[in-house]
Design a protein around this ligand. Structure first.
Ligand SMILES: Cc1cc2nc3c(=O)[nH]c(=O)nc-3n(C[C@H](O)[C@H](O)[C@H](O)COP(=O)(O)OP(=O)(O)OC[C@H]3O[C@@H](n4cnc5c(N)ncnc54)[C@H](O)[C@@H]3O)c2cc1C
Length: 241
């Protein structure tokens, strides 16, 4: 993972909701000398982006707010660095102080249960680590059980967990193993600590997410309305831009 902090006066207008709050990040292509942003329009970013001359279009990728310090106008992003030729990952490695980026806010998708209304189950690969750790940290009174797959042992972190909570770190420690390959079997073999979760969040590679949907909703009978499944990326398929 590579953490990049972005800052600037424009962040004063960023409405941070916490948990898995995500946004589109616009950044210059390696071949461009300046960042050109699509004009801001009520229709969102896609139509004005597609109208830009292709030589001016920036890259755009989805990321999560790992943490936001409103008082300092600083926002941390944790990028998975996963190999060259991937614009988002490459940008995180070459980013320098003073580089420009643009943000299109997308908001949060997951709603944790209110205090006293049960526990939450959070499952993901490393791309979901920012969302999952932010969600645990921001609810210190909420019992949380986490299945967190990461590339290596070195990616395991010491974190303070709410009382009664657990985190199952699953380091692949093998570049040949595909992301999601450990989390799904671990989830299959995992016994719920007591009652079923009041809310569940599963995010990461799409095979993990669809497998978890089958397992949790069809086999374990979790009510669909209590589970938020989010496919963050697809193995072998680059984001379009
Ligand atoms: C709501 C949301 C929030 C997200 N938050 C984060 C976040 O906080 N941090 C983060 O790192 N990612 C996050 N992602 C995932 C990120 O948007 C994708 O991984 C994206 O594809 C990265 O762009 P890229 O330019 O690096 O790779 P792309 O150009 O999109 O893909 C190039 C190749 O790399 C592969 N690839 C893409 N992502 C990964 C990966 N994580 N590991 C291994 N191979 C990969 C693709 O399958 C493809 O073969 C989020 C996605 C969503 C939808």
């Amino acid at each position: 993972m590579r953490c990049v902090t972005i800052g600037g006066a424009d962040l004063a207008h960023f409405p941070y909701f916490g948990d898995d709050h995500a946004f589109r990040l616009f950044f210059a292509r390696a071949s461009q000398t300046a960042l050109h942003l699509p004009p801001s329009e009520a229709k969102g970013w896609m139509v004005p982006y597609m109208r830009m001359p292709s030589a001016h279009r920036p890259h755009v990728r989805f990321y999560t707010v790992r943490s936001f310090r409103k008082h300092a106008l600083e926002l941390d992003i944790e990028f998975v660095v996963h190999g060259s030729g991937s614009p988002g990952s490459d940008w995180a490695l070459r980013a320098q102080p003073g580089d420009d980026v643009g943000i299109f806010d997308e908001g949060a998708m997951y709603t944790p249960p209110p205090p006293g209304r049960g526990w939450q189950l959070l499952v993901g690969d490393e791309s979901a680590l920012p969302a999952i750790l932010a969600t645990v940290e921001q609810h210190p009174d909420l019992e949380s059980h986490v299945v967190m797959e990461v590339p290596t042992r070195g990616d395991v972190r010491e974190i303070d967990l709410p009382a009664g909570s657990s985190i199952d770190w699953l380091p692949r420690d093998n570049p040949g193993l595909p992301p999601g390959g450990l989390a799904l079997p671990a989830l299959k073999n995992w016994g719920f600590p007591h009652t079923v979760p009041a809310a569940t969040y599963v995010a990461g590679e799409s095979g993990l997410v669809t497998g978890a949907r089958r397992l949790l909703v069809r086999d374990r009978g979790l009510p669909k309305a209590t589970v938020r499944f989010v496919g963050y990326w697809k193995s072998g398929q680059a984001s379009r831009d």
